[in-house]
Design a protein around this ligand. Sequence first.
Ligand code: ATP
Length: 349
Amino acid sequence: MATVEIDALQKHYGRFHALKDIAFTVEDGEFVVLVGPSGCGKSTLLRTIAGLEEVSDGAIRIGGNDVTDLEPRDRDIAMVFQSYALYPHMSVRDNMAFSLNLRKTPQQDIDARVAEAARILGIEPLLERKPRALSGGQRQRVAMGRAIVRHPQVFLFDEPLSNLDAKLRVQMRAEIRALHQRLGATSIYVTHDQVEAMTMADRIVVLEAGRIVQAGSPLELYERPVNRFVAEFIGSPSINLVPATVDGRNLRLPAGAITLPANVSGGSVIAGVRPEDLRPAADGPIAGTVRLVEHLGAETYVLFGDEDRDLSLCWRVGGTPAVEAGDPIRLTTDPSRIHLFHPETGARL
Ligand code: ATP
């Protein structure tokens, strides 16, 4: 097991600056998830840690050793890819044993490690099959098995669940978490799926356009996003954002005012309220007309709009509220649940 230290990392592709001064440390045994929208640089960052991309500047240390200029095979890491990258002509057993064979590991050790990984992953009955005779979830397990047998210091995952259907994704993410708890290996996991990030991570690192915007526990990011970008990225359905003005503790929202817990310097702001933090109130300061009611069973998403201000908002409520499309709706929130952002920079106020 080992720490992974990323120190002032820069990556240029020609003139394009893909990673901008990236610095963070993954603690020994920690499960860190890198998230961000498409093109933010998360795969590039993972690939530099793996040694599959050269860095333009900065350093990468694994277990205190500078690995920046080492080949991937000398870094003591194992990577699980989105495509699984299994050899189609080899059995599951041979796929799992492949890297150990390359390293001339004694056959007895190989057999023991493959057997152990197959048992942990519940794929013992599949060892003699070829990859084409496996389901997507089974292939994913084999790809994990191939990483586990190496007993690496660090596991790297590049969107390993994105080729699976929704149900299997939920199941596999719990399995990967359970596996992490069992093996305790330092893990870095890339995804663009914020639900995966929230449910799997000890700590989330949010990237935007090649920079780290915020790093923290899932709850820290949810409760105190540093800016509008993180607030919108974390949480599903997305946070409601409404233009407002503030004067001391008085926050004027589109349909009324609310008293804030503390003074905020005056002017225009963007007020953020999560869909689950809204509740009905006769004189609520957030109002509109119901456009769509989505019943999910245990809960309901009520989508409503304010035509005059071109706002599309969402109220997330348990059970089945007695509202339908066309109804007027008025909602309020606990003032402590309001997030305020600068209207231009988006920074948290
Ligand atoms: P996605 O979720 O779509 O995979 P990502 O966050 O993983 O996105 P990267 O694949 O890391 O993004 O790419 C980051 C940026 O670097 C993108 O703008 C991409 O076009 C660019 N990029 C990646 N590889 C190269 C390359 N070999 N040459 C030039 N530009 C590249």
